[in-house]
Design a protein around this ligand. Structure first.
Ligand code: MSP
Length: 647
């Protein structure tokens, strides 16, 4: 047993929206890691909670006609209720409106100020309320729209306190260089490094144009300022441990793993460590960024109306099955399209055929030949080769989990099940009995039971309820002791009498949720591979490998219209060789008329995530070149079939 401490965090969720499967995904991964750490004997603290300040929340409450606090209370409770319903094993649920949290944030502000990292100036620039982020004009789309979510930005000019982020460039780069695994998957770290290398600007960390936020510490004597929501929010990871108040659990810091989605990597991999350095606190051991759950290639979000409700899915298909599916289906860091078909395949195949059937087989075998008794005494005598194979797989598991390769952890965990199923087919217990080899048959019974026990100990962090049922049937308990002996060690089960249980994974023939649109026939993994595009998070520099991830195609403009009230935009329908033309909103009106564009050919970036411009969906981008004399389209020299790839 180790007495190491493990602090595991999820992001805190905005309360402008109820939870969808993207939020459930982050929380379920963190819960799995927390359960594993506890099983491995680590003293574990698992934090989740809600992010309740900022303009976005204030505006959402206003739209609902509620006070901001009442609105935040209501939505925060829906998150907490969902996690309780999902049996998420959090140790603390923090709210940024908690008094202790706000005190801690003020303490942090004072400390950074004392350390010379905060100064007052005027901020002038563009702010996206939806992303709660400032953007330099160079990053805006059409000089106005947010490069992250496509929504219109607001020009802000106000007095503000700034954090000297620029002075942390070298220290951040040194941290990335010295700690190879500080950001996982490692490919994501390169994006961050390129961003920091391109130069960091100081960060505006207070606002004066609204008041729904943490006030500055009193000794600043500046009551009109409230803290920038990301400073407030990021601090939750230490205020939850008592930073700035009683410091009660600060010995859990630094975090072992901070789990986030890739969209908030910049905040966690740049701002957060810089804040911590300023406060003189150690940096987290790992920041792990997962990909997005999408519907038809688009990030799931309520504003796009494409969300899948995690509770409905878990209620219909079983919570543990849903947990297994999410963690097994998509490689950590990659995107995945949600589909009921893929979920059903996983349940019927991996869970039903490989795991559930094995349990049924051993229940059947021991019931028929041995009155339910299982004795492992002679397993090594007859089946050492199989045991060795099983232990080779089990030994590989922990490093995979620590590298956040959870899908590979599960893949590897399935190998012992294959060994077990193969052993039954190969040694045919019914023939062993027929030929009087009872000892060998009983040993086979012991082997299969031991494999099931070992797998269920190591699967417990992902499927706690199902594995507890298997352990009950096999008369052992999943705890630190069985983890060491059965999961990591080579022990087998003590003699016992099997308890019959109902099949764990009844076969599912049809999708159970009719309100989710029917899926296409491709598997999720296949689709994810096709649609996966690494975001550059506003980073200008890319490597050649990333360039080749861009799909460029020749397109023919089959329809062109003006966009009312826009001086810049044309609305185009562009045939790129697919069943339907793509709608592209292009900022070219100053240089091209509708007639200039109609029936001409263009070059289209065809695998950009769709974005909304002035409320219209844009499903691609046209290549063009712009200098002081204006803009010109890049077009193929000769007419080519619509959809012809470029490159
Ligand atoms: N409040 C901030 C986080 C502050 S942490 C100091 C925030 N909140 S959020 O509610 O918008 O998102 C929380 C988490 O959910 C993020 O990690 C985000 O990546 C994740 N997801 C939101 N939509 C998602 C998908 N469609 N798929 C997977 N995860 C996604 O950001």
């Amino acid at each position: 047993m180790s007495c190491e401490k493990a602090y595991i965090t999820t992001p805190i969720y905005y309360v402008n929206d109820i939870a969808h499967i993207g939020h459930a995904y982050t929380t379920i991964i963190a819960d799995t890691l927390a359960r594993y750490s506890r099983l491995a004997g680590m003293e574990t603290f698992f934090l989740t909670g809600t992010d309740e300040h900022g303009q976005k929340i204030a505006e959402a409450a206003k739209r609902k006609g509620e006070t901001t606090q009442a609105y935040a209370n209501k939505i925060s409770a829906t998150f907490k209720d969902l996690w309780d319903d999902f049996d998420i094993s959090y140790d603390k649920f923090i709210r940024t409106t908690d008094e202790e949290h706000m005190q801690g944030v003020q303490k942090a502000f004072s400390t950074m100020h004392k350390n010379g990292d905060i100064y007052k100036d005027t901020y002038k620039g563009h702010y996206c309320i939806s992303c709660e982020t400032f953007f330099p004009s160079i990053q805006l789309v059409d000089d106005e729209f947010c490069p992250e979510c496509g929504k219109s930005t607001t020009i802000v000019e106000e007095e503000s306190y700034f954090f000297r982020l620029s002075s942390y460039e070298d220290k951040l780069l040194a941290w990335y260089a010295d700690t190879p695994d500080c950001i996982l998957p490692r490919s994501k770290k390169n994006e961050v490094i390129r961003f920091v290398e391109s130069g960091l600007q100081d960060l505006s960390i207070t606002r004066t144009s609204f008041d729904w936020g943490v006030k500055l510490p009193e000794d600043m004597n500046d009551p009109k300022h409230v803290m920038y929501v990301w400073l407030d929010a990021l601090m939750n990871y230490v205020t939850a441990l008592g930073y700035g108040t009683d410091d009660k659990n600060m010995d859990f810091w630094p975090a072992r793993v901070q789990l986030i989605g890739k969209d908030i990597l910049r905040f966690h991999a740049i701002y957060w460590p810089a804040f911590l350095m300023s406060l003189g606190l150690p940096l987290p051991k790992h920041i792990a960024a997962h990909g997005w759950w999408t519907r038809d290639g688009e990030k799931m979000s309520k504003s796009k109306g494409n969300v899948v409700n995690p509770k409905e899915v878990a209620d219909a298909y079983g919570l543990d099955n849903f947990r297994y599916f999410m963690l097994r289906e998509v490689p950590f860091g990659g995107d995945g399209d949600f589909s009921q078909k893929a979920l059903i395949d996983r349940i019927n195949s991996d869970l039903g055929n490989d795991l559930g059937n094995l349990l049924n087989r051993v229940i059947g075998m021991s019931g028929k030949y041995f009155e339910g008794k299982v004795d492992s005494s002679n397993v090594a005598k007859y089946y050492q080769t199989e045991l060795d194979e099983v232990h080779v797989s089990l030994d590989k598991l922990e490093p995979l989990l620590y590298e956040m390769q959870i899908h590979r952890y599960l893949e590897e965990l399935w190998r012992p099940l294959t060994v077990a199923n193969r052993a039954i087919d190969k040694y045919e217990p019914w023939n062993l009995i027929k030929n009087g080899k009872e000892e060998e048959a009983m040993a086979l019974n012991g082997l299969i039971s031991a494999i099931l026990a070992k797998v269920s100990v190591m699967l417990y962090p992902v499927m706690p309820k199902v594995c507890t049922k298997i352990a009950d049937a096999l008369h052992f308990t999943i705890d630190n002791v069985s983890f060491e002996k059965l999961g990591k060690g080579t022990s087998l089960l003590e003699p016992f009498t099997l308890t019959k249980i109902d099949p764990l994974f009844p076969r599912i023939e049809e999708p159970l949720l009719t309100q989710i649109e029917p899926e296409d026939k491709k598997s999720v993994t296949q689709k994810a591979k096709e649609t996966k595009v690494e975001t550059t998070e506003g980073i200008a520099l890319i490597g050649i490998d990333q360039f080749f991830q861009t799909s460029l195609k020749v397109g023919t403009v089959v329809k062109a219209e003006e966009v009312e009230k826009s001086k810049k935009l044309l609305l185009l329908q562009v045939d790129v060789g697919e069943s339907e033309p793509r709608q592209v909103v292009a900022g070219i009106k100053e240089w091209y008329s509708v007639d200039d564009m109609l029936n001409t050919q263009v070059c289209v970036v065809a695998n950009l995530k769709p974005a909304k411009l002035m409320g219209m969906l844009s499903q691609g981008m046209l290549l063009a070149a712009k200098d002081e004399n204006g803009l010109c389209m890049i077009r193929p020299e000769k007419t080519k079939l619509a959809g012809t790839p470029i490159g």
